[in-house]
Design a protein around this ligand. Structure first.
Ligand SMILES: Cc1ncc(COP(=O)(O)O)c(C=O)c1O
Length: 480
């Protein structure tokens, strides 16, 4: 039998040459992206490397089919193959996570959250109103009743984690549609420990009485107790929605179980598929049976026509995540994050919450090195280490310059980096940041954007990083 990676190399070369015959700049960008990804230490907590089957699953004619609606109930004819693809993706998602219902259509995490919000509004506000008024659908309502329902839909409350504690824009913040849809309040973290304070959260929920309590984060380096979150939601009559976009891979790989697994506790769970779950870019919504019909109305309620090629790729990635090897991968992600945190701590770095027990680490670069997040991100990038700046709780430098950088291990773990490698990576990061100084402004004070990096540091770090990367090649055997 021929070597599948060699076959994939031939296929990709043919693909690039076909694309180049139409628009060479795109072929070049595709090739350059692989070279860049291969040559950098990728520590962006929300990124990963999808497998070749997952990547190949996206590039097909399933993209050419319109299939608005849901499996077996489409607004277009001839959707039998998209039906198959969507049904298989949903089946894998249900089985992988032990969910009663899975919706595979969302095009991204933002879309998944929007589907979830409207499903909850439909379930908790629209349906009871229709029932009370004896109407079958919204079309049966008088103009007055319809106006009242629209007013009620637009006046609900949502409570989620604050942005600087690690929450996400889609959890009710003003720059996102969720902040315009809901009256929102945030819960933060304890100022001393940096951890979620469940009793403060409970008190806040009792006072605010949200319709939706959102748990989940983009930059909180700890696990959440979803049993307590559900207890709080039940006590105040809220629906618990968990956005596990960041840590879905750790749930799939059973690193998070019991009270740390959101599926048995939340009525609705959303996720992206491309972060720790290692699939294609996209989203999923999981729900209890009670919410299934409302989630299923995501398209055309808030989503455009389903992307058949993306659902095919999701199905492949979800099938991969059901393999025992994915559990080993997920454990490695968590072990590597711990090793990275320990490597940073022993070299004198301050970490938000003092460490990690998930896949990410939040470094206080202002407190540790006198830099803004922007300066640290720039100096590291110059040295071949890709990270992103991130606010830390009560950040004095705001959301643009920030005082932190966020580091995550899903991508390097996919390349096979070990805990010893992560200690070496911690050494490289500290080496760069210790030799970076903020440039002073014309007024003689340290600036927030510009910096200087001591001579030779970037080159030496790139070379050391190159050695580590060389030991763990990305897509080994794939030659373009
Ligand atoms: C917690 C959380 N939810 C939702 C999203 C949005 O995902 P997407 O970029 O796929 O829309 C993100 C992305 O960073 C996230 O971290």
């Amino acid at each position: 039998m021929s070597d599948p990676t060699a076959t994939a190399s031939t296929a990709y070369r043919a693909m690039l040459s076909l694309i180049a015959s139409v628009e060479p700049r795109i072929a070049e960008a595709i090739k350059a992206e692989l070279d860049d990804q291969r040559a950098s230490l990728k520590l962006i907590a929300s990124e990963n490397y999808a497998s070749l089957p997952t990547l190949l699953g996206m590039g097909t004619w399933l993209s050419d089919k319109y299939a608005e609606g849901t499996v077996g109930h489409r607004f277009y004819a001839g959707c039998q193959n998209v039906d198959t693809v969507e049904a298989v993706a949903s089946e894998h998602a249900r089985e992988l996570f032990g969910a009663e219902y899975a919706y595979a259509q969302p095009h991204s995490g933002i879309d998944a959250n929007l589907v979830a919000y409207w499903a909850i509004l439909s379930h908790s506000i629209e349906r009871p109103t229709l029932e009370k008024l004896g109407a079958k659908t919204v079309h049966d309502l008088s103009q007055n009743d319809w106006d009242r329902l629209r007013h009620d839909l637009g006046n609900q409350r949502l409570m989620g984690m604050s942005l600087d504690a690690g929450g996400h824009l889609t959890h009710g913040f003003r720059h996102n549609i969720s902040g315009k849809m809901f009256d929102q309040r945030s819960y933060g973290t304890d100022p001393e420990t940096g951890l979620i304070d469940y009793s403060a959260l409970r008190q806040q929920a009792r006072e605010f009485k949200p319709l939706i309590l959102v748990a989940g984060y983009s930059a909180y380096p700890r696990r959440i107790n979803f049993a307590i979150m559900r207890e709080i939601a039940d006590e105040v009559g809220a629906v618990l929605m968990v956005d596990m976009a960041h840590f879905a891979g750790l749930v799939a790989g059973k690193v998070f179980s019991g009270d740390e697994d959101p599926i048995p506790h939340a009525q609705v769970v959303t996720t992206t598929t491309h972060k720790s779950l290692r699939g294609p870019r996209g989203g999923l919504v999981l729900a209890t049976k009670e919410f299934a019909d409302d989630v299923d109305r995501g398209c055309p309620m808030v989503l455009g026509g389903p992307l058949g090629h993306m659902m095919a790729s999701k199905a492949i990635a979800l099938a991969e995540a059901r393999q025992p090897s994915f559990q080993q991968y997920a454990q490695l992600v968590a072990d590597n994050a711990k090793a990275l945190a320990e490597g940073l701590l022993k070299r004198g770095t301050r970490l938000v919450t003092g460490g990690t027990d998930n896949h990410l680490v939040l470094v206080d670069v202002a407190g540790s090195f006198g830099l803004t997040g922007r300066q640290a991100e720039g100096a590291l990038l110059d040295s071949g280490i890709v990270t992103n700046r991130n606010s830390i709780p009560r950040d004095p430098n705001g959301a643009w310059y920030t005082s932190g950088i966020r580091l995550g291990t899903p991508a390097l773990s996919s390349r096979g980096f070990t805990t010893a490698d992560m200690d070496a990576v911690a050494g490289l990061i500290v080496g760069v940041l210790q030799q970076t100084t903020p440039t002073t402004t014309a007024a003689g004070v340290p600036g927030k954007a510009k910096y200087s990096l001591a001579e030779g540091v970037a080159a030496a770090t790139k070379s050391a990083a190159g050695e580590l990367l060389g030991n763990h090649p990305l897509y080994p055997g794939l030659e373009l």
